[in-house]
Design a protein around this ligand. Structure first.
Ligand SMILES: *[C@@H]1O[C@H](CO)[C@@H](O)[C@H](O)[C@H]1NC(C)=O
Ligand SMILES: *[C@@H]1O[C@H](CO)[C@@H](O)[C@H](O)[C@H]1NC(C)=O
Ligand SMILES: *[C@@H]1O[C@H](CO)[C@@H](O)[C@H](O)[C@H]1NC(C)=O
Ligand SMILES: *[C@@H]1O[C@H](CO)[C@@H](O)[C@H](O)[C@H]1NC(C)=O
Ligand SMILES: *[C@@H]1O[C@H](CO)[C@@H](O)[C@H](O)[C@H]1NC(C)=O
Length: 752
């Protein structure tokens, strides 16, 4: 949001500045709304939500961009821009082009009307509208809904002698009818009809058309004479017509002029290129071609580039490519070729590059060619290569045999020209002094992902003086650091100036202790013995440093420990002090309470604690007077009077609790928690009960026993012992010294 508004601000500022500077030239309004270039020749009004062109005229403007606005009608005041060269009004809502729309635009070369709402040719006024624009070269009408392309009594003809490129991409055109719809375009060079649901392309007649794009349509057949009326056609693109076949052998499609043919991604069963004697480049990949006949391309003597990849070609004959005297590039990859006759390539004396990857080849064979420099046989099923396999390929420079099944390279495989040999991802495990002996020009050798274990030797490359690059990674090297050869080869491969491989690509795979380490990591100390056994002086120095370091470390640790201790002790002391304070306060309160109580010495029988309120409720009815029951209640008045000592000590606890005395509260909570049977009760009551109980237990064993039996009766516990044990355990628990001390106090109190 912020960025947008700041951009707008800047734009407005620029526009204002421009407007101020341009008052006299009349561009004021336009440059206020749109973005004008510094020299005012280019105005960008795209994406401004405009429905009409702002006022202002300028003869300087050569480029006007009105795309992506909301124009319903063609802007009327355009004739003031009489030097306009490029007008982009795409992405609007135009459905009509008035007769005089382009009046006075004599300099206009490019008009973009794509993505508008045109639905018929008549609404373009095609006969008249383009008459004034005598320089118009490119007319883009793509993404409209013309539906057809016709010539209704000549009224649908675009008449222009200057238009060279007509773009009718994605216009939902499914048929071309009438007499040639191009007859009004006397200078048309390029017609783009791609991405229309076209079934036929008959009736396209033009003596000047050079390029026709009908890719991604719905073409299924082309009559043999359909290109006859396009005598200048050079470039024909028919790819992605999934049903399209080239016509049968009897009547071949014919074009004398055609040089470039793209018919990839179609349904071609036979190349049938005989009718194109001047063809230079033929792209036939992703079709259904199953076989190639003898002399299939005999009339395509001019062909230089032939792509037959991604077909189902099963076999080649030695005369299949006869006559292709100028061909340079042949792609036969992704087919089903199992065997290539030795002489096949000899028919193509100019062939330099041939791709045979992803076929069913099982051996390299003995191909012969004087011209082939690049041979790609990767990803086949090649398991053998003969010593003399490459001898027939007199110019071979680059051989790719990667991703095959080779497990052995014969000694002295020879080629006087080979520079790059790719053997990646095979099953090779062994090479020797003679393997590369007869490859004197070798520059790059790659054996990534093979099964080599024994470290190579420098001597393998004694006769390869030009070797610059060795790719050895992803092999299972067995590292024997003590073996002098390993170090020697490592040096040979990685040392500047003739470095051939990065040292991090050399990784040990055995012995087990060295798996995953690079050669250098694994053998560093063997190869640099001086670093392994340090001299005595160094050792002493090292030990001294270690000792000093250790001492410092120990001191530091001690220091930290001590300070921690101190801090802990301080905290502990503080805690104890607080606890002591709390106790004192408690004691004072209790003393006061005792003094009060003195005036009211209780009957010893009353020392039996009354049941709590809840208990009382759940107790069986006793034959006692209402008066006595009332007396056991915990009414505030009773407590105030402090009739019983235990009662008052409970009150005291409560009071301290209310005072927020933390240690005491903690104790109460502990006693609560241990009083498992009562855990479901509200906390306050329990704490009171707990203190009662303890006080009472400490007072007299007889009373305790009596209480216990009451308990049992009350809860009808199946296991009497449990309760006793529980209570006993509670008493024995050493964790609550303070609680016990309260009891002690109580004893003292009662003694008192
Ligand atoms: C007009 O502006 C749009 C951006 O809205 C841009 O994509 C298009 O290329 C411009 N047209 C020309 C002819 O520069
Ligand atoms: C048409 O263009 C000429 C220059 O070529 C110019 O002088 C004239 O004013 C323009 N007509 C209109 C109506 O703008
Ligand atoms: C016309 O404008 C569209 C965008 O609306 C653009 O894709 C197309 O390339 C333009 N045509 C030309 C010939 O520049
Ligand atoms: C191939 O070319 C020869 C002349 O070189 C011609 O007679 C023959 O008709 C052509 N074949 C086809 C199928 O066009
Ligand atoms: C390989 O060549 C080197 C040096 O020329 C030689 O010392 C070594 O014995 C040879 N190895 C074999 C197996 O011939």
């Amino acid at each position: 949001m912020v960025r947008l508004s700041s951009t707008l601000c800047v734009l407005m500022l620029i526009s204002i500045a421009n407007g101020a500077a341009d008052f006299d030239s009349g561009l004021g309004d336009l440059c206020y709304t749109c973005v004008c270039s510094a020299d005012k020749t280019s105005i960008d009004c795209s994406r401004r939500g405009l429905t009409d062109l702002p006022d202002g005229f300028n003869s300087q403007v050569t480029k006007l961009n009105l795309s992506n606005n909301e124009f319903n009608t063609f802007p009327r005041n355009l004739h003031t821009f009489y030097n306009l060269v490029s007008l982009d009004i795409s992405g609007n809502r135009l459905n009509e082009l008035p007769q005089d729309a382009l009046f006075n635009l004599t300099a206009l070369e490019e008009l973009n009307l794509s993505r508008n709402y045109f639905e018929s040719w008549m609404s373009l006024n095609p006969n008249e509208a383009f008459q004034p624009t005598t320089s118009l070269k490119t007319l883009d009408l793509s993404n409209n809904k013309f539906k057809t392309m016709g010539n209704l009594a000549n009224r649908e003809l675009i008449i222009s002698s200057s238009i060279e490129t007509l773009i009718l991409e994605r216009c939902e055109i499914d048929s071309i009818h009438g007499r040639s719809p191009l007859s009004g375009l006397s200078n048309i060079k390029s017609l783009k009809l791609n991405s229309n649901p076209l079934i036929r392309i008959q009736s396209i007649i033009s003596s000047t058309l050079k390029s026709l794009d009908v890719s991604n349509c719905a073409l299924s057949t082309i009559n043999h004479n359909e290109l006859m009326y396009l005598p200048s056609l050079i470039y024909l693109k028919m790819s992605h017509n999934y049903r399209l076949e080239l016509s049968s052998t009897a009547y071949n499609l014919f074009s004398d002029s055609l040089k470039y043919l793209d018919i990839s991604y179609c349904n071609v069963l036979q190349p049938n290129l005989q009718g194109f004697p001047n063809l230079r480049r033929a792209i036939l990949n992703h079709n259904m071609i199953r076989f190639l006949r003898s002399n299939e391309f005999v009339n395509n003597t001019m062909l230089e580039y032939l792509d037959l990849s991604y077909n189902n070609i099963g076999s080649l004959k030695s005369d299949t490519f006869r006559g292709l005297t100028l061909i340079k590039y042949l792609d036969l990859s992704w087919n089903e070729i199992a065997n290539i006759p030795e002489d096949t390539l000899l028919e193509m004396p100019s062939l330099t590059q041939i791709k045979l990857s992803r076929n069913y080849l099982t051996n390299v064979g003995h191909l012969k060619s004087d011209s082939v420099t690049v041979l790609d046989m990767s990803s086949c099923e090649i398991s053998s290569i003969g010593q003399d396999s490459l001898e027939g390929l007199q110019s071979l420079v680059d051989l790719d045999l990667s991703r095959n099944l080779l497990s052995h390279i014969p000694d002295s495989i020879s080629s006087n020209t080979l520079k790059y040999l790719n053997l990646n991802y095979n099953r090779l495990s062994f090479v020797n002094n003679y393997t590369f002996f007869m490859l004197p020009r070798l520059i790059g050798l790659s054996v990534i992902g093979n099964r080599f274990t024994t470290i190579w030797r420098r001597s393998y490359f004694e006769s390869n003086p030009y070797l610059e690059r060795l790719d050895l990674s992803d092999n299972m090297w067995r590292c024997d650091c003590v073996d002098g050869n390993m170090y020697d080869f490592y040096e040979y491969v990685t040392l500047e100036p003739s470095k051939k491989e990065e040292s991090y690509n050399l990784v040990c795979n055995s012995p087990i202790t060295l798996i995953g380490q690079t050669w250098l990591e694994a053998c560093y100390f063997v190869w640099n013995p001086t670093e392994k056994i340090p001299n005595p002086e160094g050792l002493i120095w090292f030990i001294t440093v270690m000792i000093v370091g250790l001492t410092v470390c120990l001191l530091l640790v001690n220091c930290i420990k001590r300070s921690m201790h101190r801090r802990l002790a301080a905290i502990q002391a503080e805690r104890e002090r607080q606890v002591e304070e709390a106790r004192d306060r408690l004691r004072q309160l209790r003393m006061r309470a005792e003094q009060e109580a003195l005036c009211n010495t209780p009957d010893p029988r009353d020392l039996i604690a009354p049941p709590s309120y809840d208990e009382a409720l759940s107790m069986p009815k006793v034959s006692a007077s209402c008066h006595s029951l009332n007396e056991t209640g915990t009414g505030k008045t009773k407590r105030k009077r402090g009739r019983r000592k235990t009662k008052s000590s409970g009150d005291l606890l409560e009071e301290t609790e209310r005072n927020g005395d933390v240690p005491v509260l903690e104790d109460i909570e502990i006693s609560e928690a241990s009083n498992g049977r009562r855990r479901h009760r509200p906390r306050r009551e329990i704490s009171r009960y707990g203190s009662h109980e303890v006080a009472e237990l400490e007072q007299s064993p007889g009373a305790r026993r009596r209480r216990m039996s009451e308990y049992n009766a009350e809860y009808d516990s199946p296991n009497d012992d449990n309760t006793t044990v529980e209570v006993q355990a509670e008493l024995e628990r050493p964790l609550r010294p303070r609680l016990r001390r309260y009891s002690n106090d109580d004893i003292r109190e009662s003694d008192f």
